[in-house]
Design a protein around this ligand. Structure first.
Ligand SMILES: *[C@@H]1O[C@H](CO)[C@@H](O)[C@H](O)[C@H]1NC(C)=O
Ligand SMILES: *[C@@H]1O[C@H](CO)[C@@H](O)[C@H](O)[C@H]1NC(C)=O
Ligand SMILES: *[C@@H]1O[C@H](CO)[C@@H](O)[C@H](O)[C@H]1NC(C)=O
Ligand SMILES: *[C@@H]1O[C@H](CO)[C@@H](O)[C@H](O)[C@H]1NC(C)=O
Length: 332
C-alpha cells in the first residue's frame, strides 16, 4: 500500500512544472474573487456613492468684523461671520435665517469656545430644488491639526432626498464620513440635530434618535477630541462642483435665494477661555451629558438608523481605503 502510493507520488522535480498551471489558475481565481467582492461592495452602495469633496466647509472670512445685532439667543451667543447681509436674526433673536444667492452665502459662529457639551439646534432646510447647496452645522477648532464634529446637509433636486453627511476630525485627520438619508423630509419642518460631546464619546442625534457614535479609542491609538476647544459654526454655501450626485446636478440659480432656518438653540457646555480654562473643571460630573452613553433602547434606535437609513460608511469603503480602514472600525 505504502509502496504503491509512494511510487505514484511525483518526484520533487516533477512538482514544479506540473503545478504551474494550477498555481496560476489559483492565483488568478483568488484575484478575481477579490475583485468580485470589491465590485459587489461597490455596486451594493450603488447610488450611495461617497460625495468626495475638497476639505472646505465654507469660506470663513474672518476679515470682516462680526456683527452683533440684538438680545435674543442668536444675538447673545452668536456672531455673523460672513455674508452679513445674507444672515437675518428675527423674532427677538430666537429665529435665524441664512441665505445663499449667486452673490454670496452666509455663516455664523458661536462667540464662545466649548470643550465638551450638549448642543441642540432646530433646523429647517432649503425647500424645493436645493441641488448644489450645502448647509453645514459643525463644531470646529482652529489650526493645522484641528478637531471637528460635522453635520452637513447636501441639497438635492425636488423630491430627491437630502444627504446628511457626518464626519469627525481628530488632530487634523478626517475621512470618517457616515451619510444618511433621513426618514422625514427635513425641508418641511424644524427638526432637532444634537451633538453630545464628552470625554468618552461623541453622539450624533436626529430628534431623539442617535445615528452615530464615535467613541474614545485613544487606547488603540486613535486621537480623541479632548484637548482643543471648538466653536459652533453654521453656514450655507454653494458647492455645485461636488455636492449633488457628485457634481452632476448644478445649482439652479433661478430658485435663489436658498434659505435655511434655525431656532430653539440650546447649549449646555463647558465654556473655555484662554485665561481661565474650562468652566467645567469643578462640577462637570454633575451634568448628565458628561457621562451620557447609549442605553439598550437607544442602542436599538442607533442600530435601526444605521441599518435602514445609513447610505455610506467609511468603515466599509474598501475602494477608498485599499490599505485598510481605521482601527476604530474594527471594534464595532
Ligand atoms: C430685547 O430687547 C427689547 C428691548 O430692548 C425687549 O423689548 C425684548 O423683549 C428683548 N428680547 C428678548 C428676547 O430678551
Ligand atoms: C440626491 O438624490 C439622488 C437620487 O435619489 C441620490 O442618488 C443622491 O445621493 C441624493 N443626494 C445627493 C446629495 O446627491
Ligand atoms: C426646544 O428644544 C428643547 C431641547 O433643547 C426641547 O425640549 C423643546 O421642546 C424645544 N422647543 C420647541 C418649541 O420645539
Ligand atoms: C456648578 O454647579 C452649580 C450647581 O450645580 C452651578 O450653579 C454652577 O454654575 C456650576 N459652576 C460651573 C463653573 O459650572
Amino acid at each position: 500500500m505504502g509502496l504503491v502510493s509512494s511510487s505514484r507520488l511525483p518526484t520533487s522535480r516533477a512538482i514544479g512544472p506540473s503545478c504551474i498551471p494550477f498555481l496560476a489558475f489559483l492565483s488568478v481565481s483568488v484575484f478575481l474573487l477579490y475583485k468580485a467582492d470589491l465590485y459587489i461592495a461597490y455596486s451594493k452602495r450603488g447610488l450611495r456613492r461617497y460625495q468626495a469633496r475638497p476639505y472646505m466647509h465654507s469660506p470663513v472670512f474672518y476679515d470682516i468684523e462680526p456683527r452683533v445685532i440684538t438680545n435674543g439667543t442668536f444675538n447673545r451667543l452668536f456672531e455673523i461671520s460672513w455674508g452679513e447681509d445674507h444672515a437675518n436674526i428675527l423674532e427677538d433673536g430666537e429665529l435665524l435665517t441664512l441665505s445663499l444667492d449667486r452673490r454670496s452665502g452666509s455663516g455664523l459662529r458661536s462667540k464662545n469656545e466649548y470643550l465638551f457639551g450638549k448642543i441642540d439646534m432646530q433646523l429647517k432646510l432649503i425647500k424645493g430644488n436645493s441641488a448644489g447647496t450645502v448647509t453645514a452645522y459643525y463644531l470646529s477648532s482652529e489650526g493645522d491639526f484641528h478637531d471637528e464634529i460635522d453635520f452637513e446637509f447636501l441639497g438635492n433636486t425636488s423630491g430627491d432626498p437630502y444627504t446628511l453627511s457626518t464626519n469627525v476630525y481628530s488632530q487634523g485627520k478626517g475621512e470618517r464620513e457616515q451619510q444618511f438619508f433621513l426618514w422625514f423630509d427635513p425641508t418641511v419642518d424644524f427638526h432637532t440635530y444634537t451633538i453630545i460631546w464628552n470625554p468618552r464619546r461623541i453622539l450624533f442625534y436626529v430628534d431623539d434618535t442617535p445615528i452615530r457614535e464615535f467613541t474614545n479609542n485613544e487606547a488603540i491609538g486613535v486621537p480623541f477630541l479632548n484637548t482643543q476647544p471648538m466653536r459652533l459654526h453654521s453656514s450655507i454655501w454653494n458647492a455645485e462642483e461636488w455636492a449633488t450626485r457628485g457634481g452632476l446636478v448644478k445649482t439652479d440659480w433661478s430658485r435663489a435665494p436658498f434659505i435655511a432656518s434655525y431656532k430653539n438653540f440650546s447649549v449646555d457646555a463647558c465654556i473655555w477661555s484662554p485665561s481661565r480654562g474650562s468652566s467645567c473643571r469643578s462640577n462637570s460630573t454633575t451634568r448628565p451629558w458628561y457621562r451620557e452613553k447609549l442605553n439598550t433602547a437607544a442602542t436599538r434606535k442607533l442600530k435601526w438608523a444605521q441599518k435602514y437609513h445609513r447610505v455610506y460608511n467609511y468603515c466599509t469603503d474598501k475602494w477608498r481605503f485599499p490599505k485598510g480602514v481605521g482601527p476604530e472600525c474594527k471594534l464595532t
